[in-house]
Design a protein around this ligand. Structure first.
Ligand SMILES: [Ca+2]
Ligand SMILES: [Ca+2]
Ligand SMILES: [Ca+2]
Ligand SMILES: [Ca+2]
Length: 333
């Protein structure tokens, strides 16, 4: 969960894109790019998504109780959110996806301390002067310690799955599968990756090189079965523990050796780290030394685009610091 701070939804746009592009323009003698900053709203919401909500070809923004219609980013209602504690709203992630298959983007969102997941039906172009979008209950996941949620196609079948990350290690890791009937009715089913085993921070990627995406989290990784991924629990590899990892963790082969490494940020704190995956042992165990130290960084230009962190597409090695060492925990999940 966040530190005590108010979240402003601020739009920053430019005639072109990016500081690096601006620098290139200057180098070539081209005109400097102009930026416009527009504050859209100020509240405690922690979720945001971008997509063409009204189908006019321009990207709009959804963020908590409202969506913002391009090009002026006019504020329009989506839903009401409950407040809790002193400075939180019950929204920590949201996703724009055409849930009912009618051609427009709907909002799918989980909540911090509520286990019921709703999706909110887009009323359709020209019908946006409504008090709220129709709310549909998707599923009760049974978990109410949700740090963030992901909409990610974990099995590669073209349909994304809804996956919650919990700060409570006793919660299960589960995958919510979305189903759509012939007339657009939306249902969901749960698959439990583990009976217990979660923790602050999560990402996805093919850790063991078998072509299947695995789930990496605070305390290791879950191996997707090579056949039917939703037929049984996934094998757990307790190969590391991180102190407080980010959503997302990024799984990528940073040093181009054919094995996926991962990047994580120190959640609610400063620090961005990467860990190299060494050659896997015969029993499938993996080893992950911290390679953030100077001298172990890949050459500049090989960095994975860190857009998920809101970072530039290329960051210097100095931006990655030495992180806490990994250790094997005796904690039983
Ligand atoms: Ca639009
Ligand atoms: Ca829709
Ligand atoms: Ca899928
Ligand atoms: Ca690698």
């Amino acid at each position: 969960m966040k530190l005590k701070s108010l979240i402003s939804v601020v739009l920053i746009s430019s005639i072109a894109v990016g500081v690096s592009a601006q620098q290139r323009g200057k180098a070539k003698g081209g005109p400097p790019h102009k930026w416009r900053v527009q504050q859209l709203h100020k509240d405690n919401n922690e979720g945001i998504a971008v997509g063409d909500i009204d189908g006019d070809g321009m990207l709009d923004i959804s963020a908590g109780e409202y969506w913002y219609q391009a090009p002026e980013f006019k504020q329009r209602m989506v839903r009401k959110l409950e407040a809790f504690d002193t400075d939180f709203l019950e929204n920590n992630s949201e996703h724009l996806y055409d849930m009912d298959g009618d051609g427009d983007l709907d909002v799918l969102a989980g909540k911090f301390k509520t286990s019921i997941v709703y999706w909110y039906e887009n009323p359709g172009a020209g019908k946006y002067d409504v008090e709220a979008w129709t709310a549909h209950k998707l599923i009760d996941t049974g978990t109410a310690h949700n740090e963030a949620t992901f909409l990610h196609d974990i099995d590669g079948d073209g349909t994304p799955e809804f996956i919650e990350n919990s700060w409570n290690a006793k919660d299960p890791t589960q995958i919510v599968r979305l189903h759509r009937g012939d007339s657009g009715e939306v249902t969901a089913t749960q698959h439990f990756v583990s009976d217990a085993g979660n923790g602050h921070g999560m990402g996805f990627g093919n850790i063991n090189g078998d072509g299947k995406q695995d789930i990496v989290f605070l305390s290791g990784w879950f191996e997707q079965p090579k056949d039917e991924p939703f037929s049984r629990r996934w094998r757990y590899h307790h190969d590391f523990d991180l102190p407080h990892a980010s959503c997302p963790m990024l799984v990528v082969d940073l040093n181009k050796d054919g094995r996926k490494d991962f990047i994580w940020a120190d959640a609610h704190n400063y620090g961005l780290y990467w860990h190299e995956q060494l050659k896997r042992q015969a029993d499938g165990t993996t080893t992950w030394p911290n390679r953030s130290a100077t001298g172990h960084s890949p050459p500049r230009g090989q960095w994975f685009p860190l857009t998920a962190f809101g970072c530039p597409s290329s960051i210097p090695p100095m931006a990655l610091r030495n992180g806490p060492s990994l250790s094997k925990s005796t904690t039983k999940l």
